[in-house]
Design a protein around this ligand. Structure first.
Ligand SMILES: Nc1ncnc2c1ncn2[C@@H]1O[C@H](COP(=O)(O)OP(=O)(O)OP(=O)(O)O)[C@@H](O)[C@H]1O
Length: 310
């Protein structure tokens, strides 16, 4: 199979007994793309990554990484992918240098090449002064940076990042994304990301939503956000039913969370101040704002339930 696609899947399926974790997934991801697979807990994201990286075999279907099939070329695929999982692959009692040298040996990098690559990555990740420190003595952000350095030692074509910034504070999350961006720019790597921090996925070229193992809506984040609404109208209600009945005819079904209603507003000429006046005492507060990827996620993965509101 020609490989201008970094990743391609055809009917990729994983079943555990009767439970279908991933259901007939058809993906095409171009080389060099920054791709995000997004969905709630248990949607099938990690299982998909496990199949794409040959850590588990599909029950049905096939997948190709840089043209190699997970069914017939698993050894070649392992040499062409880099993996960074939520659980670190590092030994906390070894130093940064020892960890990276050990991983380089597993990748069978010749020692000279390994030393040069480690040097290069320590510079990119700002870890030159930490190389002789044990992992246990590093901050969470620094440890995650070493994990990513380990994942790209062998210059993979595709880097899989399964929730790479989970548990990190904002400055460290931003630092991790600067490193990944630099790797993408300098090495042209395709990046396959899963994250629950959707604002991070807004940098992706393309995102797909997955739910109960099935692909839902997909697109570039900007297109998805623009296609969702012009504004999101958020209302804290004193009388939720009254607000619901008054507005749902114009704005459709809201997302209803206790006394809070969120409506999609498509029309950009709505006079919100007038609207607030017309709702009078039925509202405690009313705000409107531009939509973001979190909103697309909510409307895709937990769309409004007509039956849940009255
Ligand atoms: N080894 C396994 N045996 C049985 N069921 C499994 C196994 N691995 C995953 N599952 C099930 O498959 C489904 C998908 O799990 P998966 O870990 O892929 O979801 P996820 O989208 O990565 O979730 P999270 O966001 O919580 O990491 C879940 O229902 C999970 O319980």
């Amino acid at each position: 199979m020609a490989s201008n696609f970094a990743i391609r899947t055809n009917g990729l399926t994983k079943q555990y007994g009767q439970a279908v974790a991933v259901n007939k997934l058809d993906l095409t991801i171009k080389a060099g793309q920054f791709y995000g697979l997004l969905g709630p807990n248990g949607a099938g994201k990690t299982t998909t990554i496990h199949m794409l990286t040959t850590m588990t075999s599909p029950t049905q279907g096939d997948a190709w990484i840089a043209g190699q099939s997970v069914l017939t070329d698993p050894v070649a695929i392992r040499g062409t992918v880099g993996l960074v999982f939520q659980d670190s692959a590092l030994d906390r009692m070894m130093t940064v240098d020892e960890n990276l040298k050990f991983a380089a040996a597993l990748y069978k990098l010749p020692p000279k090449q390994a030393t040069a690559r480690i040097e290069e990555l320590l510079t990119i990740f700002g870890l030159e002064n930490k190389r002789h420190m044990k992992l246990v003595a590093l901050s969470g952000g620094q440890r995650r940076a070493v994990d990513i350095a380990r994942g790209v030692l062998h210059r993979p074509d595709v880097l899989f990042l399964d929730e790479p910034t989970i548990g990190l504070d904002l400055p460290n999350r931003r630092a991790i994304w600067r490193f990944v961006e630099q790797l993408r720019k300098e090495e042209g790597m395709t990046v396959f990301l899963t994250t629950h921090y959707l604002e991070e996925a807004e940098a992706c070229d393309w995102v797909d939503f997955i739910q109960k193992g099935k692909l839902q809506q997909g697109g570039s984040p900007n297109t998805l956000i623009r296609g969702l609404a012009t504004y999101i109208l958020e209302i804290d209600c004193a009388d939720t039913e009254a607000v619901y009945h008054k507005l749902s005819a114009d704005f459709g079904q809201p997302i209803w969370e206790d006394n809070h209603l969120s409506f999609r507003v498509i029309d950009n000429k709505v006079d919100f101040s007038q609207l607030q006046k017309s709702l009078g005492n039925a509202v405690n507060s009313l705000q409107w704002r531009k939509p973001n990827l979190n909103d697309v996620y909510l409307w895709t993965v937990c769309p409004p339930q007509t039956g849940a509101v009255v």
